[in-house]
Ligand binder design. Sequence first.
Ligand code: PLP
Length: 414
Amino acid sequence: MSTSTLEDTLAKDGGPKAVSIVNPPRVRWGAEEKAQVNEALDQASLFYWKGPQTSLLMEKFQEHYPLEYVMPCSSGTAAIHIAVNAAGIGPGDEVIVPPITDMGTVIGILYQLGVPVFADLQPNNYNLDPADVRRKITSKTKAVIAVHLAGNPADLNELRAICDEHNLVLIEDCAQAWGAEYDGKPVGTIGDIGCWSLNDFKHIGCGDGGVAASSHPVYGPLLNKCGDKHFDRVGGTKPTSLAPNYRITELQSAVGTVQLDRMREFTEHRGQLGRLLNELLQNEAGIQIHEARPQDRWTAWFYMFRVDPEIMGCTAREFTTAINAEGVAAGAGYIGIPVYQFPMFINHSFFNGSWPVRDLGLTDMDYTQVHCPVTEEILQTCVQVPINESTPEEYVRQAAEAIKKVAAHFRNNR
Ligand SMILES: *Cc1c(COP(=O)(O)O)cnc(C)c1O
């Protein structure tokens, strides 16, 4: 036990708080969004097809993402379902996905009667490990969905090469990655289809909304049909396949289009804060920073570091309780357990208690047997620190001080 001054007594033990300012709530929209929504309400119709707001949304989207076919839709989950449907995923087809993500990544696969196959993650950027993706490929594999977690690009070079080699569709889940760039290219434009979310919590949002986009000659033209009851709005032919109604409305598009104007600015600020935290924490023993490649544009939808229990002598949860007391808003464990351990997977109860895909012998997948050791270790040791476009740099500097203070305390008292 070291002798400590009042200065380094933890706030949870009665010492002074390391953080003196609060991370203010987000200010998401203002006069411009209001004006745009009012403009929409003056229209005779709020229907998306050829609607002026949705057309503008598509145009603005293409300024950032030069993709030929763009389907604005009702959510990120919808965008991914549209992508998976357009890519031709059907009964028994396997799609490789990461185990730390939103349910939206896998919902569309399951509805297409496909089989999500979980591959493990890289330990410090929490994205798909290409080596494990390779190991998970079987004769049934049809696609890979790469999630760019927290706006940090996945290893697209490797994943693109694997998909080309095995003739797999590469879908990019960019729900958390607005504005992110891999080697100077916007994420979402390197795979065959890119998917984005405009839900209320993402970098930019319109309440709920999404975009699926592609320049692929086969999948691209199907995106519209796959989000609009397989209705052929261009050719007028009757539906040839099954697709839900995932249409956006003009009201959502009105907000989304203004948000797209502000996307660069919002993502720039978050990216700077993420890099700053890495810089401030990089040499701290027992703390593993959120690894991001210098040549990428990481847009830091959140910041997530890992606590080494050997060095610290504490759990991520104990560490989080201590930094919370210092005034840092943070949470341990992110999603808590890997997606493959969610009850619907463990019980194979996707369709009101049953899973026809397995009952019909189209797969022998048993999710109780799935283990991704790196993923499980990440979730045991990670601490997520929310940052956003309104977060002051000074808050982040003080948060880093708090993390260092708590780290020193645990190291010295173990
Ligand atoms: C938010 C999110 C989704 C789903 O988006 P919704 O608009 O909420 O349906 C999918 N994937 C990831 C990685 C997400 O973070």
